[in-house]
Design a protein around this ligand. Structure first.
Ligand SMILES: [Ca+2]
Ligand SMILES: [Ca+2]
Length: 261
C-alpha cells in the first residue's frame, strides 16, 4: 500500500485517454484498466484504522487527560489564588503556572521555569506547580482516575505500560514532585505493581551545593515501565508535591503521559 500511488496512476491513465483521439480499441483496453485501478484505490483506502496503530507501534495514545497542564480555568500568571486544572482532582493549591519568557541564562534562571529552561522540547505554555502556600502538615496533590475498560482485551493478553513525566524545581529548594500510577481492580482494590517516577531532587538540580555554577532551575525526564496487571480496570495517577524542610515554594512537572500496549 502506497498512499498516493492510486490517484497518481489514475491521473496517468486519464491523460492519454483525454488528450489523444479516442479510438474504440484504446477505449476497450483502457476501461478495464480504469476499473482495476478504481478497485485498487478502494482496497488501498479500506484499512483506515491501520495508520493510527502503526504510528504508535501498538501503543495507545496518552491516557492521561490534561497531562501538560494546558487546560485550566483561572489565573495562571501567579499561583494564588490557584487556577483550576481540568481533569484533575487537586488539594492544597496544586495548580498550573505559565512559563516565564525566555531567560537570558536558562540554566541559572530564578525560582520559576522559563520557556527555555531545561525541559521538554514541546512543553506548551504551562506546567504543574505544587506545594505553594500549603500548610506545614500537608502536601499538594493532583489525582486522576483513568478507566481502562476499552483496553480490556489488550490487558488480558498481557499489556505493558510506560509512564513518562518531566519533573523538577529550582536549586535552593527541596520541594520535588513524585508521580505514581496505581492499578485498581473492578472492585477498586490495588492490583499489580505501581509505576513510580523518581523525583528530580534538589541534589539533581544542584549537584555540588558548595560549588557555584552547577545550579539549574529545570525539568528532567523520568520514565517508568512495567506490566499492566490482568485484573487492572482503572489506573489512578497521583502527582504529589513533596515539601522541602526549609519552606514551601515549588515542585514542578509537565508533559505527563501514560501509554499501554
Ligand atoms: Ca505544558
Ligand atoms: Ca552548586
Amino acid at each position: 500500500m502506497r498512499p498516493g500511488a492510486g490517484p497518481t496512476s489514475l491521473d496517468g491513465m486519464r491523460t492519454p485517454s483525454v488528450s489523444t483521439p479516442v479510438r474504440r480499441v484504446t477505449a476497450r483496453l483502457v476501461a478495464p484498466l480504469v476499473a482495476l485501478l478504481a478497485a485498487a484505490l478502494v482496497w488501498a483506502a479500506a484499512p483506515g484504522p491501520a495508520p493510527a496503530q502503526a504510528a504508535g507501534a501498538g501503543w495507545t495514545g496518552n491516557l492521561i487527560r490534561n497531562g501538560s497542564a494546558e487546560k485550566t480555568t483561572g489565573k495562571v500568571t501567579d499561583y494564588y489564588p490557584p487556577a483550576t486544572l481540568k481533569a484533575w482532582r487537586t488539594t492544597d493549591a496544586f495548580t498550573a503556572r505559565r512559563y516565564d519568557g525566555n531567560a537570558p541564562d536558562p540554566a541559572a534562571y530564578g525560582t520559576y521555569l522559563a520557556k527555555n529552561s531545561p525541559g521538554p522540547g514541546s512543553r506548551g505554555r504551562q506546567y504543574f506547580v505544587g506545594a505553594y502556600k500549603t500548610s506545614s502538615a500537608t502536601t499538594g496533590r493532583a489525582v486522576q482516575v483513568i478507566g481502562l475498560k476499552k483496553h480490556q482485551s489488550r490487558i488480558r493478553k498481557g499489556a505493558r505500560a510506560r509512564l513518562v513525566g518531566w519533573l523538577g524545581g529550582y536549586p535552593s529548594n527541596e520541594d520535588r514532585m513524585a508521580v505514581t500510577v496505581t492499578w485498581l481492580s473492578r472492585k477498586g482494590r490495588k492490583v499489580g505493581t505501581p509505576l513510580r517516577l523518581k523525583p528530580v531532587t534538589r541534589a539533581d538540580r544542584d549537584p555540588s551545593p558548595d560549588v557555584e555554577g552547577d545550579e539549574t532551575t529545570m525539568l528532567a525526564k523520568r520514565v517508568a515501565t512495567g506490566r499492566v496487571p490482568g485484573r487492572a480496570w482503572k489506573a489512578k495517577v497521583q502527582v504529589v508535591a513533596k515539601r522541602g524542610a526549609t519552606g514551601v515554594t515549588g515542585a514542578y512537572a509537565d508533559q505527563l503521559s501514560l501509554r499501554i500496549r
